[in-house]
Ligand binder design. Structure first.
Ligand code: ATP
Length: 310
């Protein structure tokens, strides 16, 4: 268990009456690229800040690189890189001064890698941080976090507001480190996430609705469509795994969230819709999977709030 890069156990954070994080239990394997996704306000930053010991948990525990999260400070930070969208940098320093300042804190600092990162990111060493654009500032923060070859890199919304070129440069910088560095990041940039994450965790109103390998996730989701006799009676109950079910005239469409095989899904459909024609099974992008989950959750919440009548 201590081999895990991150392990959380029923982690909970409340702010007064609001539960920002509820019973979150997840684990991150070394060498993986774990992406935390979820709508605005889902609790992603809160989770990351608890892991980085930037705020205390209300209940539950976690270990980061085997260290209890409450002890993440000082030397424990030598192996953890952390970059957040809202991070404040010492604006009065130049890029070079920032790196000179950070270097002595990290015994594993690699000067060759530092120089290579400055070249790859086209970062001018002499430029003051306050004169840099948002994207360049982010690249400077990345250079500081990558140069000591951290065992774990934690990134909170690293690509937000950056142009596609800078995103690609940052992602390339990350891809070059995959294997030696475990990556744990939160992001709304689902196309980017899909291109390089090995694992995805989905948070919704503080609860972790799923946490699994990207391949498992894409294998179990399918957008399914088929025709039925419009006069046929609807089935009494639909499977829980069928999301966003729609029937309009003869067309039936839904998202299967527990898809195993076309043969199995065909049999399931035939039982519920004896008049079903040939079905179409379309794989889904991470973005479509995200939207299906977010919309379903919103609908369920709406029903709960209206006393189950909606
Ligand atoms: P986003 O995608 O918009 O960055 P997020 O998933 O990172 O959102 P959090 O910032 O973790 O979400 O916020 C989770 C919930 O906790 C939100 O409802 C937010 O308003 C609330 N929250 C966060 N910090 C505080 C705080 N210091 N005091 C009170 N409520 C807070």
């Amino acid at each position: 268990m201590n081999d895990l890069s991150i392990a959380t156990h029923s982690l909970t954070r409340t702010y007064g009456a609001l539960t920002a994080l509820k019973d979150v239990t997840l684990s991150v394997d070394p060498g993986s690229v774990y992406a935390l996704v979820g709508p605005n306000g889902a609790g992603k930053t809160t989770l990351i800040q608890l892991l980085m010991n930037l705020q205390p948990a209300s209940a539950g525990t976690a270990e980061v690189l085997g260290v209890p999260m409450g002890e993440i400070r000082g030397a424990a930070l030598n192996r953890i890189g952390y970059v957040s969208e809202s991070q404040e940098l010492p604006e009065w320093m130049t890029v070079g001064e920032l790196l000179d300042y950070l270097r002595p804190f990290y015994p594993t600092w690699d000067r060759e890698l530092e120089q290579q990162l400055l070249r790859d990111f086209a970062l001018p060493r002499e430029r003051k941080l306050k004169q840099l654009s948002r994207g360049m500032r982010m690249k400077a923060a990345f250079a500081g976090a990558l140069s000591f070859r951290p065992a774990l890199l934690v990134l909170d919304e690293p690509f937000s507001g950056l142009d596609p070129l800078v995103r690609d440069e940052l992602i390339q910088g990350l891809l070059d480190r995959i294997g030696e560095t475990t990556l744990f990041l939160s992001s709304h940039d689902l196309a980017e996430i899909e291109s390089f994450a090995s694992h995805v965790g989905y948070l919704e109103e503080g609860s972790l609705l799923f946490s699994e390998e990207m391949t498992t996730l894409s294998n179990r989701f399918r957008q399914i469509e088929f025709q039925v006799d419009p006069a046929s009676a609807p089935p009494p109950k639909l499977p829980d795994a069928w999301m966003e079910f729609e029937r309009s005239g003869s067309l039936v469409r839904f998202t299967h969230s527990a898809f195993v095989s076309e043969a199995e899904a065909r049999a399931e459909i035939a039982t519920l819709f004896p008049t079903a024609g040939v079905a179409d099974f379309a794989p889904m992008s991470l973005r479509s999977i995200f939207l299906a989950n977010a919309r379903t959750h919103r609908t369920l919440r709406g029903r709960l709030e209206s006393g189950g009548k909606a």
